[in-house]
Design a protein around this ligand. Structure first.
Ligand code: G3P
Ligand code: MG
Length: 243
């Protein structure tokens, strides 16, 4: 089985550059990241963008719900100035633009399907459509993750060849059954929820264990010694220097 890299850049390198932007993805790669996690979300008119929140305020110059804003408006927003003046003018990228960059740079992708409530099916199907058009089996590793079981079920039905990761906040009741049913490639759990045996339990199911979001060396050491395969981090600079 192809291994997950030890470090995955969270939303690019969210501690170093504006999250879910091409500038952020480039910054992650500058610090040695070989796999990047991003959040895939749907605009009002059904375009798949790289975006985490349900609303525009925190990370852009805009306001209002992403689900109610068409792509043409979102494309005009500044998604970098909030982070630091040097990133002014940074835009919200389409998922297809992120994938084009990853392919060109030889970077593996972790595409988290992040639907707004009520848009789970539509978001999953549109994201799969973009992946089918812009990624091939010959490209680097690509893993689809989601907290939403329905999104992973759709990925399994519509594109069984793509790898799937179960995202979990607490290793909720039934997670092992979900891993089996989804034939999951990996389980991405909140770092604070990893007990002594969770990583081993994941591996006994034939999957790999990744922990999010870890930004310091001490916690990383503890997780690696508990058998965790991969760390999803905002601070690849700190972890890469240590590794
Ligand atoms: O994929 C790991 C992590 O990104 C999940 O949480 O809220 O940062 O998307 P969140
Ligand atoms: Mg995410």
């Amino acid at each position: 089985m192809k291994k997950l890299p030890k470090i995955i850049g969270h939303r690019g390198a969210a501690g170093l550059a504006p999250e879910n932007t091409l500038a952020g993805f480039r910054r992650a790669v500058d610090f040695g990241v070989r796999m990047i996690e991003l959040d895939a979300k749907l605009t009002a008119d059904g375009e798949v963008i790289c975006f985490h929140d349900e609303t525009l305020e925190r990370t852009t110059s805009g306001q209002g719900a992403v689900a109610e804003t068409p792509y043409a408006e979102i494309a005009e927003l500044d998604a970098g100035r909030w982070f630091a003046p040097e990133f002014a003018g940074t835009r919200v990228p389409l998922l297809s633009e992120a994938l084009a960059y990853f392919r060109a740079a030889g970077i593996a992708a972790n595409v988290e399907i992040k639907p707004c409530p009520g848009r789970e099916t539509e978001t999953a199907l549109k994201t799969l459509e973009v992946l089918d058009a812009h990624w091939s089996d010959a490209d680097p590793l690509m893993v689809i993750s989601s907290f939403q079981r329905v999104c992973l079920d759709l990925a399994q039905q519509h594109a069984p060849h793509w790898k799937r990761a179960l995202l979990t906040h607490h290793f909720e009741e039934g997670w092992k059954q979900a891993v089996r049913e989804l034939e999951a490639y990996s389980v991405h759990g909140n770092f604070a929820a990893f007990g002594k045996t969770h990583a081993m339990d994941v591996q006994l199911l034939g999957a790999q264990a990744a922990a999010y979001t870890v930004n310091d060396v001490e916690t990383t050491k503890i997780l690696f010694s508990a058998g965790v395969d991969s760390i999803i981090t905002d601070r690849p600079d700190i972890l890469a220097a240590w590794l």
